[in-house]
Structures are given as structure tokens and as C-alpha cells.
Design a protein around this ligand. Sequence first.
Ligand code: PEP
Length: 252
Amino acid sequence: MRDILVAGNWKMNGSSTANAELVSGIIAGVPEGRGFSLLVCPPFPYLASVAAQAAGSAVSVGAQNVSEHQKGAFTGEVAPSMLSDVGCEYVIVGHSERRSLYGESSAQVAAKFQATQAAGMTPILCVGETLEEREAGTTEKVIDEQLDAVLDAAGVAAFGAAVIAYEPVWAIGTGVTATPEQAQDMHRHIRGRFEALNADIAASVQILYGGSMKGENAAGLLAKPDIDGGLIGGASLKAQDFLAIAQAAAQN
Ligand code: PEP
């Protein structure tokens, strides 16, 4: 039985004051229950303060991006060791906004995935298709290509210490959520790819769903056998919204 991970991607939102309030609200309201964990991913400048506030609580901290390089002349970039140094345990890699707005290639995403693991943190690898790709019937091909780039570079064993997030681009920030059946179909497809490679990893790898997940739809999504949590944007910015999803995870 896999644990559920409820992960908040704050994107470019927050301030020192708002973050402190949000984190204390989350910590104060962590639901009773076993088999789930909570993660928040603030913007870079706030990682250290949020990690300090969350230390010793049920809430872990992760970053939204990382450099694939270790150090040196990369102005504006943040090295994996720096994230680990300030208390990050996870890093989101390959979010569709990074791929589409900043031109991150699947090869670069694979390098970030490996750099994250080399620094002792867990990558959350995002994969997902656009609406055009879904309508063209190429969803599985797109997901396979995004996964293969990382499998080819890092090998299947690397997924023993990684999380996958299936995030249909058409559902991110749109208010349109994939139905539990649509999401389950893709999660099953992804797990099936791993079954063909390594049965143990297929059984253990957490596959999160992301795309307009909220309190009202979380229970239906989390009830599906291959959905092991959520990567949540908009609904992670208010403690009560995030906790409503955590509640669904605790009751799953
Ligand atoms: C995301 O940014 O990963 C995301 C899923 O956002 P939202 O929940 O707002 O759709």
C-alpha cells in the first residue's frame, strides 16, 4: 500500500507574512490519520524560513525548480546542494510552466532530476499533455516521451527514490479537472510502463495527480487505485483549502 502525498506548489505567490500565516494554519489543522504526508513548495526566497517554521511538524518543504549544475557561473540559478542546505526534501522538476514558458527540454528535465537525487532530495517529475495533444490522440505518446527522457538518463532504479506527477496541461489553473477515470487511465498507463521494467518500482512509485485538484474533487481522485496524491497549485494557497485535500487523503 502506497502512502499519499499532498503537495502544494505555491508558484510565484506569497510574502513573509502570508507564508507564516499559511504554514501555521496548515500545521495547526493537520488531520488525524495515517498513510499520508504533506509538502509545501514555496518560491526560492522563502524556502529557508518556511523550512525553519515547518521543522518538527508533519509538513515537509520542497522547491519548485533547481539548476542541473552544481556550482559556478550560472547567474540567477540555484544549485541542488543549496536547496538541500536550507531544508528542502523535494524538488518539482519539469512542471509544464517550466517546459512551456522557459523552454525546458526533456533532456534538461532529466538532468535536473538526476541533480536533485545526487543532492539527496526527491524529485517530483511532472509529465502531462496539452489539450491539442489529447485531442490529437497522442496523450500516451507525449507522456511516454517525457518519461523516457528520464528513464534513459537515470535508469528505472532511480524511480525508487522519485515521485511522478501526472498533470494534464489543460487542467492546470483552469478549474477544469480531469475526471477520476481520465486521471486513473493515465496513472495506470504510467504504472504499466514501470511494470514492464521493474515490478517492485512499479508497485512502490507514487504517482500524483495535478490539475485543479480541490477539496470537492480530491476524494474521488484519491479513491482511484493508481492515484497516490496530488500536486496542488491554486488550492494550496489557503490553509483551509489545502487542509480539505489533506482531509480527503487522511480518510482515503
Ligand atoms: C500545478 O501548478 O501544478 C497545478 C496543478 O495547479 P492548479 O492546482 O492550480 O491547477
